[in-house]
Write a protein that binds this ligand. Structure first.
Ligand code: ADP
Ligand code: MG
Ligand code: MG
Length: 279
């Protein structure tokens, strides 16, 4: 890729809906970085608002559980967003390829959940809702394995929204993680409360290795009906504590005004159990 300035390309990390992400080394300080490449031209012109928000919002956030933006530059072909590299990859890939039954034991799920909520609370406090929270957008600082457990990093602010802008109306996100009020579409919704629904979907998926609202057949819209009614089952074969089931039932609530607020999540007995100092 021509025009990468002081970065040397080392390989690929992923392809998302819009661009691709490469691994590179910053030759100035030898740090490994991830660079998201968005094609210039029609793409940027069409998605200008979203690209601007991604950069503005991620660039305004600085927290151990949010992927840090390093710099933004252009190459002849791309708008390049250089950011902190999360060597453990994303949580979707981890569950799918490195975990039996694609799920985490409850205590490990709690640790990931605590870090997600702490990182998200920081974003929300700074006025930023992510609107695309899902396993693919939660990264791990290091691979699981020997040594210290990885730290969770929220990434992908491509659909993010700042509360100072007019309230959200656009149905963005990924269908199986979308809150009922977002699926409905057409009317205004509170983007922070919609994020908390997605947090509930993430928690369920980490615990049970399947989505709470999924269609039995591909191309079936059954999942949308289930989401709107917040209708989900808990697989009886997987052990789960009463506390975590209580928290799930408070997150996956169809009416956003009745959904548990983030401050109360952080006071919930399941959340507080084994909370490491500064999780
Ligand atoms: P998109 O907006 O296209 O979904 P993302 O920013 O989510 O793009 O990046 C796509 C994928 O690339 C992620 O799901 C993840 O697997 C990988 N990735 C993105 N950023 C990083 C990073 N900083 N470190 C490691 N992997 C990353
Ligand atoms: Mg993504
Ligand atoms: Mg995105």
């Amino acid at each position: 890729i021509p025009g990468l300035l002081h970065y040397r390309q080392m390989g690929g990390l992923g392809t998302g809906a819009f661009g691709r992400v490469i691994l590179a080394r910053d030759t100035r300080d030898n740090a490994l970085v991830a660079i998201k490449l968005l094609p210039r031209g029609d793409f940027i012109a069409t998605f200008k608002t979203y690209v601007m928000r991604e950069i503005m919002h991620q660039g305004s956030l600085w927290h151990p559980h949010v992927v840090a933006l390093r710099e933004v530059f252009t190459t002849p072909q791309y708008l390049a967003i250089a950011m902190e590299y999360a060597a453990g990859g994303d949580l979707f890939r981890h569950l799918r390829h490195e975990r039996p039954a694609q799920r985490l034991p409850e205590a490990e799920a709690r640790r990931v959940f605590q870090q997600l909520v702490i990182g998200l609370d920081y974003c929300h406090t700074r006025g930023v809702a992510n609107r695309d929270l899902k396993l693919e957008n939660l990264l791990l600082s290091t691979p699981y394995g020997n040594g210290a457990a990885p730290s969770l990093k929220i990434c992908d602010f491509g659909y993010s929204k700042h509360e100072l802008n007019s309230s959200a109306k656009t149905g963005v996100g990924t269908p199986i993680y979308m809150a009922p009020e977002v699926i409905y579409g057409g009317s205004k919704y509170n983007a922070k409360l919609a994020d908390l629904w997605s947090v509930g979907v993430i928690l369920y998926t980490m615990l049970f290795g399947q989505y709470p609202f999924a269609a039995a057949q591909p191309n079936d819209c059954e999942y949308a009906r289930k989401i709107i009614k917040a209708e989900y089952d808990v697989p009886p074969s997987v052990p789960a504590s009463a506390d975590v089931l209580d928290l799930l039932a408070r997150l996956l609530v169809a009416d956003p005004r009745q959904r548990i607020p983030i401050a109360e999540i952080m006071q919930h007995p399941w959340f507080l159990r084994d909370l490491p100092l500064g999780a």
